[in-house]
Design a protein around this ligand. Structure first.
Ligand code: FAD
Length: 381
């Protein structure tokens, strides 16, 4: 049985009265921790909440562009790096798509710990976030208030006004994978209706384990049997299940005075379901806006407006990729085989993947802000 690190029941004592923060970040995964990282050395009280301990619950195959991981100082968490994608369709056994940049699989817990280390003086606590009224968030350990509230809680958008997003009617994809021990040399994709009609299967090696799964853009399509079929076809064992819902439409990045980032803002890219890089990207953007507020360079209203507009300016790119996602189920057969072959041409693949990376380019990441100078040293200087 896996050991739960998170404190439960009686071990979860209520928050002290007046557990207020300058910035309350709900969700301690890719998006939330990146926002906290950008607030390092501001002197603001930054409180990060998650129902699990940092890095305790992996929710993805954990592959991201290597340059993003390097630029954020997370390279130590990398497990394996790939310079191409190996694609399979029913008619094409192997189509190798060369990439102009590399993808790396990484260790989730290690990456989250590295990110949290870079937040400096941010505080972390476990609590299940339940709802919000104005600037007060209700958790299973009591209330916390803050003038700046970030929802980085993933696809449900828990802190939004009204009902949360719920499958199967919300615009959500679904993914399920297993993590058997094993090795491999390639990032592999199966675009094959024998597994899933609207979606794809994958196998992402990560040094001593392989992350194998199936994702569907249609939340009504089951993914368990397809995953088991793929696992069987590649001669692996279905060990260590994990799955989740994945938003595939951009949502408003601010609403009712709250900042949303990562999956809660629908920042995961449609078609590829790549949401880690974009959680970093919008997390950095939001962190910079909040930093300007706590440093007195802009007010909260300006941060809400600027961040909302920044996220919204990406809408047309998301809509274009969404259109490609919607067409996938109609392309099976000759059109998809042709596409798979065309992408084996270096020039075409490099052009397409180069533009794809530009949606959230790794240059956007900068080293973590420097650690705060202790007050005595600053006074003496
Ligand atoms: C099977 C699968 C494989 C994937 N593989 C990849 C991949 O290889 N590469 C890639 O780029 N993307 C991948 N994705 C998409 C990617 O996982 C998400 O887009 C990404 O995790 C979004 O990051 P986030 O920080 O916004 O949200 P999350 O990573 O979902 O983090 C949300 C955090 O909030 C916490 N939380 C949620 N609700 C509450 C609550 N009520 N109270 C307290 N805490 C709460 C959670 O514990 C979690 O820590 C995959 C998705 C799935 C389902």
């Amino acid at each position: 049985m896996p050991v739960r690190a998170t404190k439960r029941g009686a071990a979860r004592v209520p928050f002290q009265t007046g557990a207020d923060a300058d910035v309350l970040i709900c969700g301690a995964s890719f998006a939330g921790l990146t926002v906290a990282r950008e607030l390092r050395s501001t002197g603001a009280r930054v409180l990060v909440l998650d129902r699990y301990e940092i890095g305790e619950r992996q929710t993805s195959a954990c592959a991201a562009p290597t340059e993003w991981l390097r630029n954020l100082g997370l390279a130590a968490s990398i497990r394996q790096t790939f310079g191409s994608l190996l694609v399979h369709t029913p008619a094409i056994e192997r189509a190798r798509w060369p990439l102009p940049w590399t993808f790396s699989t990484f260790d989730y817990k290690h990456l989250c710990e590295l990110l949290f280390d870079q937040t400096g003086e941010a505080e972390f606590d476990t609590a299940k976030v339940e709802s919000r009224t104005g600037n007060t968030v209700l958790t299973d350990r009591g209330e916390v208030s803050a003038p700046l509230i970030v929802d980085a809680l993933g696809w449900r958008r828990v802190l939004g006004p009204g009902e949360n997003f719920q499958p199967p009617d919300a615009p959500l994809s679904r993914g399920l994978e297993v993590h058997p021990a094993g090795t491999g040399d390639d990032l592999e994709l199966w675009i094959d209706p024998r597994y899933v009609n609207a979606g794809y299967g994958w196998s992402f090696p990560a040094r001593d384990e392989v992350r194998i799964g199936v994702g569907s853009f249609d939340p009504r399509d089951p993914v368990k049997q397809p995953t088991l079929r793929l696992v069987d076809d590649v001669g692996q064992e279905p060990k260590g299940y994990q799955g989740n819902w994945i938003p595939h439409r951009l949502r408003p990045a601010t609403e009712d005075g709250v900042f949303f980032v990562g999956d809660s803002a629908g920042h995961c890219l449609p078609l590829t379901a790549e949401g880690i890089r974009t959680a970093f990207y919008f997390g950095v953007a939001l962190g910079r806006e909040l930093r300007a507020v706590v440093e007195g360079r802009q007010d909260r209203a300006a941060a809400l407006g600027r961040y909302h507009a920044f996220s919204g300016s990406h809408r047309w790119k998301y809509e274009m990729i969404y259109a490609a996602q919607q067409s996938i189920r109609h392309l099976h057969g000759r059109p998809l085989d042709t596409l798979a072959r065309v992408f084996t041409r270096r020039k075409i693949s490099h052009w397409a993947f180069g533009h794809y990376l530009e949606i959230a380019p790794p240059q956007f990441a900068v080293p973590a802000p420097p650690a705060a100078v202790p007050a005595e040293r600053a006074m003496a200087a």
